[in-house]
Ligand binder design. Structure first.
Ligand code: FAD
Ligand code: E1W
Length: 468
């Protein structure tokens, strides 16, 4: 008899872990605070999308779900940078179309994962919010929407209940988790560029009338992640399969512009008219989107401990919420899920050892992606349109060509490989130092001594294992 596990949270990570553990023969019970998103009448909410990269696809492949998601995903070949004048520049992410990322709808991905979890034998109860844990009896107290409380005799407790984790709060009442939340000082707001067919007739920019008449679906390049870098703030847009884009405005909480001085939809329209004019013309409902959608909070959550002896463990955002600027939060959570499922399946009777080993293996990696995600905000909003930066990127690319399997740009290691984040971080530091020194004081790559540089690369960077 395999152990019984109780997962709190049927979001992306909880639903994947439920699938993986049920497939490995565990008796899996999941509790989710929200209603079942697959229920009729629940569809048609806002469409929020995420970038799925190699680590995320790997998790889906292990669960046997990649083929189900592939048709729902939109390829993003690179970042399309929009300058103040509306000029655009596509910066490819990888060498070719094997090195791309994918935009997927959060709700659609969640529904695929919920179906899979149930098909594998997991039981999911919706409208059950974890309220508290009686640790003496390992009993969960769960609130239903009707106000009823339900109790559940838990098996191994696994918290996949996101950044505001209730299981984490309950664990924190009996041990010190060494919890620290570092607010970024910036927040975000989601807006929408409609599909061409959905534009209000008189609001379609003249330049797009013909494209719409031809039956094209997307108002801007479909196969890219769009970025409007503006120094201390920025916008991004990711494509949705049906032709719309979800735009995210990232702004500081204070200063100018900020969420303090951009308070209303009409303030936001004025900001867009000034700083994101090409995007402004494509967001007919900007005022209503801004007023109607919540302002999201951003920050990094660090815990010194992820488990309570052999009784409870945290993963995904519940253990390590990060800022979204590398597009890796879900991807990292899926790596957690695969690692935890493998460790538990190997030694189901040794949960304390398994939880400790899980944290020992994953914590350095979650610290590394947390740091890289923070660095990437500055890079995205302030550097991607700067000429020194573009020179470094060009040298980065040339060194990658000259040293395949040895020099891999950090973005590519994080996004297109499963090299441990901590290793990608460490190698990235070595590469950045070499790049900075080689390019220092130059405005072009001419005159760099290739032999000296190559020798330095070989000495500083061992080849990567080929399996990664
Ligand atoms: P969640 O997705 O938060 O799921 C937690 C679940 O637990 C929810 O279903 C919730 O209802 C449930 N729950 C909460 N409390 C309780 C309770 N008390 N009882 C029962 N259930 C409960 N990641 C990427 O990889 N790529 C991206 O492009 C990307 N873009 C992002 C953009 C933004 C603006 C943000 C904020 C994040 C982004 N992320 C991205 C990160 C990603 O959203 C998270 O890392 C991911 O959702 C974490 O999954 P999770 O299952 O751990 O938590
Ligand atoms: C990705 C929300 C989000 C999601 C992302 C990314 C970014 C900026 C943001 C990082 C990136 C995919 N990124 N894009 N271009 N360079 N770095 O790769 O997911 Cl803000």
């Amino acid at each position: 008899m395999k152990a019984k596990v109780t997962i709190v949270g049927a979001g992306l990570v909880g639903a994947l872990l439920a699938t993986l553990l049920a497939q490995r023969g565990f008796a899996v019970q999941v509790f989710e605070r929200r209603q079942d998103p697959r229920r009729a009448g629940f569809l048609g909410g806002r469409s929020i999308n995420l970038a799925l990269a190699e680590r995320g696809w790997h998790g889906l492949r292990v669960a046997g779900l990649a083929a189900r998601m592939q048709p729902l995903a939109v390829m993003m070949r690179g970042r399309m940078v929009h300058d103040l004048d509306g000029r655009t520049n596509l910066q490819r992410y990888g060498r070719d179309d094997s090195e791309v990322i994918w935009s997927v709808n959060r709700g659609a991905l969640n529904m695929v994962l919920l179906d899979a979890a149930e098909e594998a034998g997991a039981r999911i109860d919706f409208d059950r919010r974890l309220d508290r844990v009686d640790w003496d009896t390992s009993t969960l107290h769960l609130a239903g929407e009707d106000g009823c409380t339900h109790t559940h005799a838990a098996g191994l407790m696994i918290g996949a209940d996101g950044a505001g984790s209730a299981l984490r709060a309950a664990m924190g009442q009996i041990i010190d988790l060494g919890e620290r939340f570092e607010p970024l000082g910036h927040g975000y707001k989601e807006l929408e560029i409609p599909a061409l067919s959905a534009f209000p007739q008189d609001e379609l920019p003249p330049a797009l009338v013909e494209a719409a008449a031809r039956g094209e679906r997307f108002a801007i390049e479909a196969n890219a992640l769009h970025i409007w870098p503006r120094g201390n703030y920025m916008c991004i847009a990711l494509p949705n399969a049906e032709g719309s884009f979800t735009v995210t405005l990232f702004l500081p909480n204070e200063g100018s512009p900020s969420f303090t001085d951009i308070r209303t939809g009409s303030d936001a329209r004025a900001l867009f008219a000034r700083d994101f004019a090409d995007a402004s013309a494509l967001i007919p409902d900007l005022e209503a989107d801004f007023d109607g959608n919540p302002t999201g909070l951003l920050g990094t959550l660090y815990l010194e401990r992820w488990h309570l002896d052999g009784r409870a463990v945290l993963l995904g955002d519940a253990a390590h919420a990060i800022v979204p600027f590398h597009g890796q939060g879900m991807n990292a959570g899926f790596e957690d899920a695969v690692e935890l499922a493998d460790l538990l399946a190997a030694e189901p009777e040794r949960s304390e050892h398994v939880f400790a080993e899980f944290a020992r293996r994953r914590k350095p990696n979650s610290d590394a992606i947390a740091a890289m995600a923070l660095e990437n905000y500055v890079e995205m909003r302030d550097r991607v349109d700067d000429s020194d930066y573009l020179l470094l990127r060009e040298l980065d690319r040339r060194l990658a060509e000259r040293h395949p399997g040895r020099w891999v740009p950090r973005y590519a290691m994080v996004t297109f490989t499963r090299v441990a984040y901590a290793e990608a971080f460490a190698r990235g530091e070595i590469q950045a130092t070499i790049l900075r020194e080689a390019a220092s004081g130059r405005s072009s790559l001419d005159g760099i001594d290739a032999d000296t540089l190559d020798a330095r690369v070989r000495k500083s960077l061992p080849p990567l294992p080929t399996s990664a």
